[in-house]
Design a protein around this ligand. Structure first.
Ligand SMILES: *Cc1c(COP(=O)(O)O)cnc(C)c1O
Length: 409
């Protein structure tokens, strides 16, 4: 997929603008937080946390010197949740890991997908001997060796083989010549609470059960555990590789802006102001007439609604940014449209650009603030931004990006 064409097609429409420079800055911050020998695997699941996986993969792998095509990739690997997500990535020169465990291989299309994954040499995650057998069989049939990693459940109690079953699973993998074990990993449940004893406990369990299974000097097997939070708060967990997701997008894993870490949010959600209407004091706005103008004012219309992932609970609660001012969302957010009060933005005119999600971490419309209004975490705010909203890469500017830059200035 060519990530550059989007810029042209998205003029005057609701758009997500993704700063490559911010992504690269964040990747460098992560890099600086780990030892030189520790690899960095950027997590691009869920369409790169709503940023657009093609754009993010392209930025991280092809722009490390700030321009296209020079320098090596800014990260050492990319990871996604599913084979479909791996398939949606552009061509990259780093390994791609698929984290959702292989299961139910012989149900429908799964076999074809496994076939594709093995031919593409994506790393597959297996958590049971049966899954290992399934992957081995498909690999044999396509005449390739499949790279697999094992997820160990050390206390998250979600996916993964439990420590007691690891021995069995590794022996099964070892007995299948069409499989190559390339990784052992685990996932933390409480890493977002710095110093939480359970994270150390999970790491100790992971170490204990993997130290006895593999030769720790065997560099062909990558051991990894740390998400963004553990990358920052538990250096002992870095092992051979870290797996930051949210930090790459510039969001602090603690869910609030952090001065010391200086991550830069990469995403701005913008939309044009498509209408302005003057209303008299007392006029009701929107479904259910939940808001009435307390004075004569102007109501602005933004073509984004809950179908785009701008949640209905923002009705009469959120603000958007316009001319550097916060304009409150008034009346109900509907499926495709949102109304804002322009009382404090007298200079607003139709065609102006409204910022629904501001990359400034201290903005009243920051992702942290949006998460608070929706009673959730920044991850969900980002992932919810719907497919109807175009994703556009900016910064560093490329020839095809230029027109898109012009209009949001
Ligand atoms: C999503 C995910 C990550 C990244 O987590 P962040 O908190 O976004 O850094 C790492 N590892 C696995 C297995 C994941 O599913």
């Amino acid at each position: 997929m060519d990530t550059r064409t989007d810029a042209k097609h998205a003029l005057g429409e609701p758009r997500v603008l993704v700063s490559r420079a911010a992504l690269l800055h964040n990747a460098r911050l992560v890099r600086r937080a780990v030892a030189p020998r520790t690899r960095v695997c950027a997590i691009l699941k869920a369409d790169a946390y709503g940023h657009g996986a093609a754009i993010v993969a392209d930025a991280l792998c092809h722009f490390s010197d700030g321009v296209r095509g020079t320098g090596g990739p800014a990260v050492d690997a990319l990871a996604v949740a599913s084979i479909d997500e791996a398939d949606a990535l552009p061509d990259v020169a780093v390994p791609v890991i698929v984290f959702r465990p292989v299961e139910n291989t012989f149900l429908g299309r799964q076999r074809l997908k496994l076939d594709l994954a093995i031919r593409s040499d994506w790393v597959l995650t297996v958590c049971s001997p049966a899954a290992a057998d399934d992957v081995a069989r498909v690999a044999l049939a396509c005449g390739r060796r499949a790279s697999v990693q094992v997820m160990v459940d050390t206390g998250m109690t979600r996916s993964g083989v439990c420590a007691e079953g690891l021995d069995d699973l590794l022996r099964r993998i070892g007995s299948r010549p069409s499989l190559r074990l390339v990784g052992l990993c685990t996932h933390f449940s409480n890493a977002e609470t710095p110093g939480h004893p359970f994270t150390a406990e999970q790491l100790a369990r992971f170490r204990r059960c993997t130290d006895i299974m593999i030769d720790p000097t065997d560099t062909s097997i990558t051991r990894h555990a740390a998400n963004s939070a553990a990358t920052f708060f538990l250096p002992e967990s870095h092992l051979d590789m870290v797996r930051p997701g949210i930090a790459v997008y510039g969001i602090d894993p603690l869910g609030r802006p952090c001065i010391e870490r200086a991550l830069r949010p990469a995403l701005r959600w913008a939309a044009p102001l498509v209408g302005i209407r003057s209303v008299k004091r007392g006029t009701a706005v929107g479904y259910g007439q939940t808001w009435r103008a307390p004075r004569d004012t102007r109501i602005g219309l933004v073509p984004v609604g809950y179908a785009d992932g701008y949640p209905r609970c923002y009705s009469d609660r959120a603000v958007v940014m316009l001319h550097g001012r916060a304009a409150p969302v008034v009346g109900r957010v509907s499926m495709d449209l949102t109304t804002i009060d322009l009382a404090d933005v007298p200079q607003a005119t139709v065609g102006d650009e409204v910022t629904l999600l501001d990359p400034d971490p201290l903005s009243p419309a920051s992702v942290y603030q949006l998460a608070r209004w929706a009673d959730t975490i920044p991850y969900e705010v980002l992932c919810r931004i719907g497919p109807r909203v175009k994703r556009v890469a900016i910064d560093p500017e490329e020839p095809d990006d230029a027109r898109s830059l012009l209009i949001h200035r």
